[in-house]
Design a protein around this ligand. Structure first.
Ligand code: AMP
Ligand code: TRP
Length: 326
């Protein structure tokens, strides 16, 4: 079984892109891999957050992940801040990365340009991300294309540490899903559906009520033709609907497109398929949300499992570095 690790930030709301592109795959492969899924609450602190809101978002994200079908008895689901070794190895990674390397990270450049307060943590964020991954002897990291550069850095840091101090870390590989796994914004189908872009009508949230989902699909931007065809370049809006319907019903997009001659029925059927796809998640979520103590228990259990591996790695790292044993 391959050791798999991925992290997700407890910010914004989980949307259909997160679900189809990431979470659903995690659920589908949970029995094949030895996987850890981490709610990266420390990463969320790189941008100032309201404590009450952050507290609620961490619980909500855990509940969505479990409601989506991640079994906390099978995978290790935990909060980053519960395992102190993340910060400890994070510091070591900050001392392994160079200033110039971190300065070249495009996500930092983009975020720094957009914010008036740029924390030092925003700058060193990729070092903490490398620590997250390297703590668990991770072989595969399922992430979106946007994280490719951060993952390259994690690999470079592992290799550099190993050559300075002797074999310590497994060098991880990125597992980037095929392009077809990109869900686009319903109002602006040339842009991917995203937590950070403000497009409430173009973003389908996994916790949206059926009526709301129906309305968002009804108003989805298409084009002025009337032919249903799967052609993301020429017909991004229609192709996004076709791709969503295909993904939701496990079919091929071309085959789905062949079944329609008009946009109206395509929109209606896509909405219905998404509502049905999300129904069990929403029902399960309602149960979990009613019992926050159970979620706290799940996270505590995950942290305990994670800590076992993380603390063993830190014993090795301390020894390699010449730090006194605990
Ligand atoms: P983020 O929302 O950026 O924290 O991403 C969480 C996970 O969802 C990552 O693995 C992303 O690759 C994936 N993801 C985010 N947006 C989309 C999208 N529009 N389509 C497919 N996958 C996505
Ligand atoms: N940086 C990732 C994102 O913004 C989240 C993340 C933090 C992560 N640590 C990780 C992803 C470790 C994979 C592995 O989406």
């Amino acid at each position: 079984m391959a050791r798999v690790f991925s992290g997700i930030q407890p910010t914004g709301e989980i949307h259909l892109g997160n679900y189809l592109g990431a979470v659903r795959r995690w659920v589908a492969t949970q029995h094949d891999d030895d996987a850890l899924y981490c709610i990266v609450d420390l990463h969320a602190l790189t941008v100032p957050k309201d404590p009450t809101e952050l507290r609620a978002k961490i619980l909500e994200l855990a509940q969505v992940l479990v409601a989506a079908g991640l079994d906390p008895e099978v995978v290790t689901l935990f909060a980053q801040s519960h395992v102190a070794e993340h910060t400890e190895l994070g510091w070591v990674m900050e001392c392994t990365a160079s200033f110039g390397e971190l300065r070249r990270m495009t996500q930092f450049k983009e975020k720094a340009e957009r914010s008036e307060f740029v924390s030092a943590g925003l700058f060193t964020y990729p070092a903490l991300m490398a620590a997250d991954i390297l703590l668990y002897d991770t072989e595969k990291v399922p992430v979106g294309d946007d994280q490719r550069q951060h993952l390259e850095l994690a690999r470079d840091l592992a290799v550099r540490f190993n050559s300075r101090y002797g074999e310590t870390f497994v060098v991880p590989e990125a597992a980037i899903p095929p392009v077809a796994a990109r869900v686009m914004d319903l109002q602006d189908p040339r842009r991917k559906m995203s937590k950070s872009v403000d497009s409430p009508q173009g973003t389908v949230l996994v916790l949206d009520e059926p009526k709301v989902i129906e309305r968002k699909f009804k108003r989805a931007v298409t084009d002025s033709e009337s032919e249903v065809r799967y052609d993301p370049e020429a017909k991004p809006g229609v192709s996004n609907l076709v791709a969503i319907l295909a993904a939701a019903t496990d079919r091929d997009p071309h085959e789905v497109a062949a079944g329609y001659t008009q946009y109206g029925p395509l929109k209606a059927d896509t909405a219905e398929a998404v509502i049905e796809l999300l129904r069990p998640l929403q029902e399960r979520f309602a149960e979990l949300a009613a019992d926050p103590a159970e979620t706290a228990r799940i996270l505590a259990m995950g942290a305990e499992k994670a800590r076992k591996t993380a603390s063993a790695t830190m014993v090795r790292v301390r020894d390699r570095l010449g730090l006194p044993p605990l």
